[in-house]
Design a protein around this ligand. Structure first.
Ligand SMILES: CCCCCC/C=C/C(=O)SCCNC(=O)CCNC(=O)[C@H](O)C(C)(C)COP(=O)(O)OP(=O)(O)OC[C@H]1O[C@@H](n2cnc3c(N)ncnc32)[C@H](O)[C@@H]1OP(=O)(O)O
Length: 359
């Protein structure tokens, strides 16, 4: 026997109580099954090209064709039941409360041994950077620049360092339309990268796993980059109809030479940790089995060095290029503002959102 109307209504209520966000793909399935169960086959007009969210919803509903209402109702109830069991065993990192700084939702920030650690904490989304995470990182860097730590460390929670810009950032269109969205995105990007250019203390990346897009490009503004041998470095900008950011159009050719930078930034060649080390992007690679232990032992020793000497040395090394980096950041952000409106970029993002096409 199929699910009753009461089972269905109860499942609809349970969705609102899920502890863990099931992700866009599942939300689309739930939406489509709900519409099919309550209204039958999709017969509304297809939304326009730029109405990304409603188009994705329409596509999901329309894909169910003539599926009977009763079957849709049963499939909805089964899907929710599966989600409830996996939501109960959610595994986001929850460190000891006394060391953790409050007020951040997408980051876990701890201060210990003169080290402020900023951990990207959206493991279920491979630590993709959504708008909130960009904003929280800027706040965290501002706070770390003033706290009593000597060094600041970025790392990722779970198996990824970060999968780069959260592609769903493109779907939340404001009343001013896609032009306003692109303009706001360029301002956010510019402000975000400026914080890395201006950061006054030694900045360290502990790259625990694969890194994509903007999480790779800003590494050129870090002072140390330690990588697990599981890490990879990927900047698939052309595949996404986009162009380099994070000052990488300048820092990468400077770090690794023009030929290797072009392979990464134009052709999207993914580097292993060993290759990234050979090309100067990574300071040192460690076996994954001993990565955390070796890196943190090293960083704890470094963090005891005199604070002012380290800060002033960073200034001497970096300050003469700051103005240039700000100008490059402004130019890269403004070029991206136009790119985000291009068919190439819109199609690539829609492709990811609708099919979850993998790189
Ligand atoms: C202010 C704006 C500034 C913008 C600056 C410009 C920045 C540019 C960039 O950073 S370009 C790089 C953008 N990133 C990507 O294109 C990566 C897209 N993701 C993938 O290709 C894959 O997810 C993967 C290879 C990273 C991992 O694959 P796999 O191991 O098979 O895992 P899943 O795909 O199942 O991922 C799990 C879960 O996470 C969601 N997710 C992963 N990465 C992103 C992302 N970048 N944006 C949005 N969502 C992402 C994925 O959809 C899954 O979600 P689900 O469980 O299905 O809900």
């Amino acid at each position: 026997m199929g699910a009753s109307q009461k089972d269905f209504e109860s499942a609809v209520n349970q969705v609102k109580l899920l502890k863990k966000d099931p992700g866009n793909e599942v939300k689309l399935k739930l939406y489509a099954l709900y519409k099919q169960a309550t209204e039958g086959p999709c017969n509304t007009p297809k939304p326009g090209l730029f109405d990304l969210i409603n188009k994705a919803k329409w596509d999901a509903w329309n894909a169910l064709g003539d599926l009977p209402k009763e079957t849709a109702r049963q499939n909805y109830v089964d899907l929710v039941s599966g989600l409830r069991s996996s939501s109960d065993s959610s595994s986001q990192v929850k460190p000891e409360a006394d060391k953790k700084q409050a007020g951040y939702e997408t980051l876990v920030i701890t201060s210990e041994d003169h080290i402020t650690k900023i951990m990207l904490n959206r493991p279920a989304k491979k630590n993709a950077l959504n708008t909130q995470m960009y904003q929280e990182i800027m706040l965290a860097l501002e706070a770390a620049s003033k706290d009593d730590s000597t060094i600041t460390v970025f790392t990722g929670s779970g198996d990824y360092y970060s999968s780069g810009n959260d592609l769903t950032n493109f779907t939340d269109i404001p009343p001013g339309g896609v032009e306003e969205k692109a303009k706001n995105g360029a301002i956010l990007l510019r402000d975000f990268v400026d914080c890395f250019i201006d950061f006054p203390k030694p900045l360290v990346a502990v790259v625990n796993g694969p890194a994509v897009g903007i999480s790779v490009t800003v590494l050129g503004l870090f002072d140390l980059v330690y990588a697990s041998d599981r890490a990879t470095f990927h900047t698939p900008f052309s595949h996404l109809g986009q162009t380099p950011e994070g000052c990488s159009s300048y820092t990468f050719p400077k770090i690794m030479g023009l030929a290797k930078a072009v392979e990464m930034l134009i052709f999207g060649k993914k580097l292993t940790a060993g290759e990234a080390y050979a090309q100067g992007l990574v300071t040192e690679v460690f076996p994954d089995s001993t990565f955390e232990k070796e890196v943190w032992t090293r960083l704890k020793a470094y963090s005891k060095l005199p604070r002012n000497a380290m800060r002033i040395s960073k200034q001497i090394i970096r300050n003469h290029e700051k103005e240039k980096l700000h100008a490059i950041n402004a130019e890269e952000s403004s070029i991206l503002q136009e790119r985000w409106l291009s068919d190439e970029c819109v199609n690539a993002v829609m492709n990811f959102l609708s099919q979850k096409a993998k790189l």
